[in-house]
Ligand binder design. Sequence first.
Ligand code: PYC
Length: 404
Amino acid sequence: FTSSHNEPRFFPETRPLKSHYDVVIIGGGGHGMACAYYLAKEHGITDVAVLEQGYIGGGNTGRNTTIVRSNYLTPEGVKFYDTSLKLFEDLSDDFDLNIFYSTRGHFTLAHTDSALRTMRWRAEVNKHHGIDSEVVDRDFIAKEVPYMDLDCAGHNPVMGALYHAPGAVARHDAVAWGYARGAYNRGVEIHQKTRVTAIRTQGDRVTGVETDRGFVSCNKVVSMVAGSTPRITSMLGLQTPIEIYPLQACVSEPVKPFMDTIVVSGSLHVYVSQSSRGEMVMGASVDPSVLHSTRSSFDFVEGLTDKMIDLFPFMSRMKVMRQWAGMSDITPDFAPIMGKTPIEGFYLDAGWGTWGFKATPVSGKTMAWTLANDRNHELIEPFRLSRFADFDLVGEKGAASVGH
Ligand code: PYC
């Protein structure tokens, strides 16, 4: 395959859909592509079609603020995200493609006694599981982030922070493309602009999917679609407690590199890092009401920049260049829903809320294992759908970067 300039194409033209695949993956974002990659690479399962209604990485993969960290609150979350972070560190070599993985150090600022208490709690859980995470004081923060106003313009002075040295950022598109190319080169088919319209079952077993390009039969279907999860699960009458809230973000015009850390304030509901292109990548908490939409608003930029300028007064002279939104699929305990479902052959990877990007490698790896072995991988067993009926929740809200 060559482009009009006679260079090899990254991805080939779309082929016709086959009538049958062993596995159909719904969703061509980072998670779907990672699952396809590990199915092929680690389990030799290559009769796989990834069906994507838009384009590769065009959903939440291309809309997040690219933060990678493992400083979670629950032991289950810490183990899971630490595995992900370690996989991220090797991805550029694995793909032979630069994902611009950049370890920055991650500060979660505490502006109140109660926030500081949660930071201590997280630091202790983290350390217990071997994660580099500690509570630091104002002097430490002032040395590492000298351009930040720790007094916050007198509104909410910073008292301390949770500091997580391995916290990183990465080029999100490259993660999806790297997984997609690796999967494609091993025989996986990727079908963009292919929308799943129904899922067929016989008894309580999946038999295939209807698409806007025709019917495809298959043995296994996995849904990895983030904000479109309720649309897919409703095709099977499967109930989950997921609700969809928009999460907005924006970038400034590019400026020379000055910020080599990631700064988050859960109390002010803001987070910021500088991308390898020089833009300040910024976001806030989710929108206040349930909405299945990726529209972005002036209210969001106004609220965000108001807080941001308290922390970084010089930013008042910077221009916002682009803004957008993704759709976050949020669960009551802020942990994902992963693994087998009551429908044989149907698997779910959902409920990523505001932290799906950092889970991309570990989700792909553990979901591929789960599909290959038809039982939940041990790292995802705590995230099974039945935990809501069993009252066995994994309360991860305290590890959210921003309030919800
Ligand atoms: O969980 O690190 C995070 C995050 C950053 C932005 C939204 N969520």
